[in-house]
Design a protein around this ligand. Sequence first.
Ligand SMILES: [Cu+2]
Length: 368
Amino acid sequence: MFTTSRRITAVTMGSLLGLAMLAAPATGAGSAGADRQHSVPDPVPDTVTDLVDGQIDGTVGAEMVDRAFTGDGRVETTIRIGPIVASPHEEGDHGTHGDGPRGPEEKAHGTHTTIAAPVPTPCLGITCQVTSVEPDLTYADGSRANYDTDIMLHHAVLFDRSREDITCADETLGLAGQRIFAAGNERTGGQIPEGYGLPIGPVPLLWSVVELENFAPEAQAVFFDMTVEATPSLLDSGLTEVTPVWWDVANCTFDSHHHVPEGESTTTWQWESTLTGTLHAAGGHLHDGGDTLTLHNRTTGDELGASHADYGNDPAYLGHIDTMTTCTDGNLGTITQGDTLELVSDYHSHYPQHNAMSIMIGFVEETD
Ligand SMILES: [Cu+2]
C-alpha cells in the first residue's frame, strides 16, 4: 500500500534542513516495522523546500547528557536540544491573566523562534522500544523556563524519518517522516502502557522541530529536554510494538493552526482509518481556552479517549494551560481499516484565536 517513491522521499526533509548527521543512509534501520522503512536519501523535491522556507529560523545541536540503566532492563536517557536562542520580544507585554472561561483573558504576545534539530537515538546502535518520554524546557543550569521567566514552549514535534507518517502519508508534510511525539508548554509526557513499546531504529533518524515564544525584551537561551525510557531489543524485548498515530483538526499543515472564536466552540475533524488494531494510549494538546479533546470511532459508536485541559495548578504558568490529561491504561478501543474516526475539540476562549491547536497522538497495536 506504500509506494517506493513515497517511502524514499520521506528521508529528504531532514537533509534539506541541513541536518548533516541525518544524511546517513538508513540501511539496517532495524527489523521493526520494516514495511514502512526506506534506505536511500534522494534529491529534495521543490514542494518540501516551499514548505520549510520561512518556517524554520535555524538548526541547533542536540546532546545526550545522561544515560542510566534502571535495573529492569530499561535505559533512561536524557537528551538536551539546544541551546536554542529565542529572539527578543521588543514590547515584552504579556497581557493580563484572570479567571476563565479558560485560561488568561488576553492572548500572550511574544516573539516566535523555530528551530530544527537532530535527536540522538536513545538506542545506541541497536533497535529499542521507547516506553516513555518526559519533555521539559530549561535553562543551562537546569532550572525551568516558563511563563514566569517570560518564555514558553509553543510546541515541539519529534519525527522519525525512517518511517512514514500514518495520517499524512499522502501529504507533503508526510515527507518529514512519522510524527512520533509532541509536546506543548503543558509538557505532557508520553507514556506507553506496560507491555508495549514504540520501536526506534539503531541509526539516528530522529529529528525535531521546536518553537518557542519569548516575552522578554532580551534574547533567552534555553534547552528542550527529553527524558526517554527505552528497552533495548537486542534479542527480544518482550514488548508488543505500537504505531504512533497523529490526529489533528488542522492535520498535515506545517503549523497545525486552526481558528477558534471567542466563547464556546467545537471543531471536528474526521479521518478514515488506514490501519486496524487496538488503541492503547492517547494524549492531547490544546492551547489556552481549550477544554477537552475527544476521539470517537463513529463507525462503532465508541468513544476511544478524551484528554482534558486544566489551568491554575502550577504558578509558573501564570494561569495559562498547564495540564492535559492522558489515557494510558491500554485497551481504549478497536479501530478497523475504513472506520471513520472523529476528533472533537471543545474550546471556551476569552478571545478569538487564529492559531489554536487541537492534536491527539495515540499508540495503536496493529493487528492486521
Ligand atoms: Cu500548540
